[in-house]
Design a protein around this ligand. Structure first.
Ligand code: ADP
Ligand code: MG
Length: 393
């Protein structure tokens, strides 16, 4: 199911509205981390090289339909200008007369950036009039905002129905990498799923189960699975109403011959703010203990599994990695994934942050720029921002 690509469009001299995901962290008037800006460069550079007039648009933060000075895009435009070695003009509003005028005066290869889309309440409401206002600025539409593709908003969904549309190069790279996990992954295939809650990840677990050889479950969500196996987890984070769901998943796995591995040892402490924890076998967790990380024995044996596979997907930290006392399991697994000779993909906000903090990002084959979007894609869901783009003719 290939989507029409920007490279199939004749963009010379055309006004191209390009939705990007520049939802970057700001510190005052500085961009703190420009990963997402850099990820959009291939599409922007392709458009410039082919003589398009590029109208970029993005959301940033959650302004909830009102203009907020601390969420203006001027710092983003500055950083993008540095990368492109060309002046990117930040516009003072999202749509309206001034924007129309600025776009009319563009030359081929020029780049402007509309103001934060979410300053307008009609963006998140996927308002048709707003989608038409955006469409009226341009001749063509390109969606390169993978991180926003799971949202049906005016700039990601509505506008695609108003103009000839295609996906950008980043969107394509994300689809290729995540698609490779779902369709014919090279075996053996191991998925490592961590994070806080089973409820956040249950659909991904279900969709990946028949595709993987081994599922490693860590983080807070492992506790509910341990309970389902009849183990005591003390004062750990658990979701009692999902014990049955966890039990069924364990049964399904054994039906289809997929190995689900839970921690064999854990790090426990009385609270998530503790300065240090105790390593113990998983079957000797006391009543007041909270399980806050996987133990070293688990990390070692999971690392061996990761080493021996051809495809690796990782989402979600394996412990409360915000606290250095409980970050070792996540760091060990991050290193194992970086070392692995197989094809490696990481998705999810916290797991990506961990790999970057550890300086291992360039040793991973694909780091998804979309947390929520990558998970929804792996759940097998239709992403509205993609569904609105026509298939490759
Ligand atoms: P990602 O953003 O990578 O998808 P999640 O958002 O699912 O990851 O999960 C991250 C959260 O999971 C972190 O805030 C972390 O503290 C929490 N977490 C991990 N392990 C545990 C645990 N054992 N107990 C409680 N919370 C945990
Ligand atoms: Mg998260």
């Amino acid at each position: 199911m290939a989507k029409r690509s920007v490279t199939q469009l004749d963009v010379h001299g055309q006004r191209v509205l390009c939705r990007v995901d520049f939802n970057v962290p700001l510190a005052g008037s500085q961009v703190q981390d420009d990963t997402r800006i850099r990820a959009a460069l291939p599409t922007i550079e392709w458009l410039r090289k082919h003589g398009a007039r590029i109208i970029l648009c993005t959301h940033l933060g959650r302004p909830k339909g009102e203009a907020r000075d601390d969420l203006r895009l001027a710092p983003v435009a500055r950083r993008l200008s540095d990368h492109l070695d060309a002046q990117v003009k930040p516009l003072a509003s999202v749509t309206g007369e001034e924007v129309t005028k600025a776009v009319e005066s563009m030359s081929n290869g020029d780049v402007v950036l509309l103001e934060n889309l979410r300053f307008d309440p009609r963006e998140e409401a996927n308002d048709q009039t707003f989608a038409r206002e955006l469409a009226a600025l341009a001749d063509l539409y390109v969606n390169d905002a993978f991180g926003a593709a799971h949202r049906a908003h005016a700039s990601t969904e509505g506008v695609a129905h108003q103009l000839p549309s295609a996906i950008g190069l980043l969107m394509q790279a994300e689809l290729d990498a995540l698609g490779r996990l779902l369709d014919n992954p090279e075996r053996p295939f191991v998925a490592i799923i961590g994070g806080a809650k089973v409820s956040d990840k249950i659909k991904v677990l279900h969709n990946l189960l028949p595709r993987v050889d081994t599922l490693l479950i860590g983080g807070g969500m492992a506790n509910t699975f341990l309970l389902a196996q009849g183990k005591a987890v003390g004062a750990s984070l658990v979701e009692p109403d999902l014990i049955d769901v966890a039990r069924k998943l364990l049964e399904q796995a054994s039906d289809v011959d997929v190995q689900i591995l839970l921690p064999v040892d854990v790090v426990t402490a009385p609270s998530i703010d503790a300065a240090s924890g105790k390593v113990r076998p998983v079957d000797s967790v006391g009543g007041d203990d909270m399980i806050l990380d996987i133990g070293p024995e688990t990390a070692r044996s999971w690392s061996d599994t990761i080493d021996a596979t051809k495809t690796v997907f990782w989402n979600g930290p394996l412990g409360v990695a915000e606290n250095p006392a409980f970050a070792n399991g996540t760091a060990d697994i991050a290193e194992a994934v970086a070392r692995a000779s197989g094809y490696t993909v990481i998705g999810g906000g916290e797991s990506v942050a961990a790999i970057e903090r550890l300086g291992l990002a360039d040793r991973i084959d694909h780091i998804s720029t979309g947390g929520g979007a990558s998970l929804e894609l792996l759940e097998g869901a239709d992403l509205p921002g993609l569904a609105a783009i026509p298939e490759d003719a």
